[in-house]
Design a protein around this ligand. Structure first.
Ligand SMILES: [Zn+2]
Length: 244
């Protein structure tokens, strides 16, 4: 997957995005050239018809993308501009592109496949679960992205359920571990024990039980890697341990 750097922070309205959700949009006009908006007006990523991905803003940027704008009604209890990473998918329309309810809006296969790859990468990097991948329409009552609200499989479009199923399908190679700390048990704990043991940091038993020795080892590792030292294996620590 190739992401082209088009980051432009001139108009970013706020910083400190909590990065807990992914919001999927469609560019509500037909066309793709010159549609990337400088960070602040649109989304963090834009995906063209041929599947090329452009990044328009860094993940810490808070962009005006899923707010109510005093017009839409908030539907989701938690997702908002301050915790969403946004993706704009370029779309095509055979009918009236001025109407989001037109039944002929569709995405190319290339755009959808690139979007799956991008979302999987964001889920893995940021520790975002599949149920935190939302349509703009799930956050406020805006008909966006139209092809995944219409769900009529027009031309090459998938339904939203099909899109979500493809995210789940990658679980065997896209590894997501749960957050663990002292007192936790299970295979995630065993994995942390094995990784830190292989690096000579953890000397305790491989017993699937998160005890004091593992806590000390995790903290040592976090200090060594300049991560927040809290003894908890969360997304940042897992990504660091598994990526190295
Ligand atoms: Zn939208």
């Amino acid at each position: 997957m190739n992401i082209i750097n088009a980051v432009d922070h001139r108009y970013v309205p706020a910083w400190g995005n909590k990065k807990q959700y992914v919001a999927i949009h469609y560019l509500g006009v037909v066309g793709q050239n010159n549609r990337i908006q400088p960070g602040g007006y649109g989304a963090h990523y834009y995906i063209y018809w041929d599947g090329t991905i452009y990044q328009a803003a860094g993940h810490d940027a808070v962009l005006w993308q899923v707010g109510s704008a005093g017009y839409y009604t908030q539907k989701h209890p938690k997702a908002n501009n301050y915790n969403c990473i946004g993706i704009e998918m370029c779309a095509k329309c055979d009918g009236n592109a001025g109407d989001a309810a037109d039944p002929t809006w569709y995405f190319t296969t290339e755009t959808q496949e690139a979007c799956i790859q991008l979302v999987k990468r964001l889920m893995s990097e940021l520790g975002i679960a599949a149920d935190h991948v939302l349509r703009h329409y799930d956050i406020v009552n805006k008909r966006c992205p139209a092809p995944y609200v219409n769900n009529n499989r027009y031309r090459t479009s998938w339904t939203w359920d099909e899109f979500k199923a493809k995210l789940e399908g990658g679980k065997d190679y896209m590894f997501t571990c749960r957050q663990i700390g002292v007192g936790d048990q299970g295979n995630d704990v065993l994995l942390a024990e094995e990784i830190l043991s292989a690096r000579g940091i953890y000397k305790g038993a491989l017993d699937k039980s998160f005890g004091g020795q593992l806590d000390t080892a995790v903290r040592f590792y976090q200090r060594d890697q300049k991560l927040a030292e809290d003894g908890i294996c969360g997304p940042a620590t897992w990504n660091s341990m598994i990526a190295l």
